[in-house]
Design a protein around this ligand. Structure first.
Ligand code: NAI
Ligand SMILES: O=C(O)[C@@H](O)C(=O)[C@H](O)[C@@H](O)CO
Length: 354
């Protein structure tokens, strides 16, 4: 068998896990072993994974994709977690977002994996320190959250969130690994197309754990206010989405929250901006929507809504009216082309971003 510097065990190959497999296979020095307890897992993987893969990883005919990968010994599907982790140097979980499930997973990993293996969680908001609770010694020191944005084979950000016990060299390792994963090469004119390496992934390390980390706290704060505005009848779902994609979206693709307001402050920069806008911001901040979301929703009119969740009924109804019952494959494809284009443009202007 060819030697690979990294052997990654991918635990959980659903939405994120499939995309992560494509990410890892873009590194020529990495082989991947996959485990998922779903009974239909292999058939689903064979049907869905080819669409995520780069030409650099597979032949043109997607029907051969999985068999080709298996033949190269870079790719293995195994029936048990034990087989997946026992020789892995990196173990990455994309199991369901449930604390008990992740804690049980790490306890099982600790039983079978090498005591030096790196432990990565893709969790959206469950801290490494919480996941490591009850695990054998040595797990908390190796466990770090590497929270991706969907789909990770395209979106450059990964939030690295160490727990208080995570060893600094574990953080350095995951950051260095991600920064050297080549970007997708499918897009004509892609900075990756001509074989030269252009950094694609932009990991950000948080200084402390907080529920939801940073990316989701920002995203969920915006979602809450957006849902409030729709529930209050101020704006429709579709018009709010237009407002975002026609203003904040393009702006934030080039300049983040603080940089864009720094520019907006003119000669005085963000200090002047905060000074000038203070009265309005104080009013708005004092009136931001206070809505709740129930985790024990009952069903009304076919929609799962709980107490004080009228906003949720409006959001769901209007979203489905605007975009259909779920996102179509055609729409998903068009959005991916747009996303790839934005990311490529960012990389071509990279020196202005970092
Ligand atoms: N879906 C998204 O947009 C994002 C999800 N995440 C996080 O990624 C993780 C996975 O999310 P999704 O891929 O959306 O979920 P999913 O439900 O699509 O996939 C989860 C997979 O884990 C498998 N699984 C269940 N128990 C397992 C175990 N003990 N060991 C290994 N696999 C197991 C399931 O069979 C399933 O295939 C969650 O922690 C989520 O918060 C992070 C970023 C974005
Ligand atoms: O937005 C993303 O892709 C990530 O920040 C997430 O964690 C998911 O959206 C998550 O909130 C839902 O699973």
């Amino acid at each position: 068998m060819a030697e690979y510097h990294h052997h990654i065990a991918v635990l959980g190959a659903g939405t994120i896990g499939l995309s992560m497999i494509a990410l890892h296979l873009r590194r020529p020095d990495t082989r991947v072993t996959i485990y998922d307890p779903r009974p239909d897992f292999e058939s689903q993987l064979r049907a869905q994974l080819p669409a995520f893969l780069d030409p650099s990883s597979v032949p043109d005919t997607s029907t051969d994709a999985i068999d080709h990968l298996i033949s190269t010994s870079r790719f293995k599907i195994v029936p048990t977690l034990r087989e997946a982790v026992q020789t892995a140097t990196i173990i990455q979980e994309q199991s369901p977002e449930r604390t008990d499930s992740k804690q049980a997973l790490w306890k099982e990993v600790a039983q079978h994996a090498d005591a030096t293996a790196h432990l990565w969680s893709s969790s959206s908001g469950i801290a490494a320190s919480v996941q490591a609770e009850g695990c054998p010694s040595g797990v908390a020191e190796r466990l770090v959250v590497a929270h991706p944005f969907n789909p990770p084979h395209l979106i450059p950000l990964v939030e690295i969130v160490p727990g208080p016990q995570t060893a600094p060299d574990r953080v350095d390792f995951v950051k260095g690994y991600l920064k050297t994963v080549p970007g997708p090469s499918k897009l004509p004119g892609s900075s990756q197309e001509h074989g030269s390496f252009v950094q694609h992934y932009r990991p950000v390390v948080l200084h402390k754990e907080i529920p939801g980390f940073v990316g989701n706290r920002l995203a969920f704060a915006l979602l809450r206010e957006a849902s409030y505005l729709v529930g209050e009848g101020v704006v429709s779902v579709r018009d709010l989405d237009t407002l975002v994609t026609a203003s904040l979206g393009p702006r934030w693709a080039g300049s983040g929250v603080f940089e864009s307001y720094h520019a907006g402050g003119g000669e005085g920069g963000i200090g002047a901006f905060l000074q000038k806008l203070a009265p309005t911001m104080k009013d708005v901040w004092g009136q931001l929507g206070q809505i709740d979301i129930s985790t024990e929703a009952g069903r009304q009119n076919g929609v799962e809504v709980g107490e004080n969740e009228k906003w949720k009924e409006d959001v769901i109804r209007q979203t489905e009216e605007a975009y259909g019952p779920s996102t179509s494959d055609d729409t998903r494809t068009k959005k991916e082309v747009m996303l790839r284009g934005v990311i490529e443009m960012q990389k071509q202007c990279w020196d202005a971003l970092e």
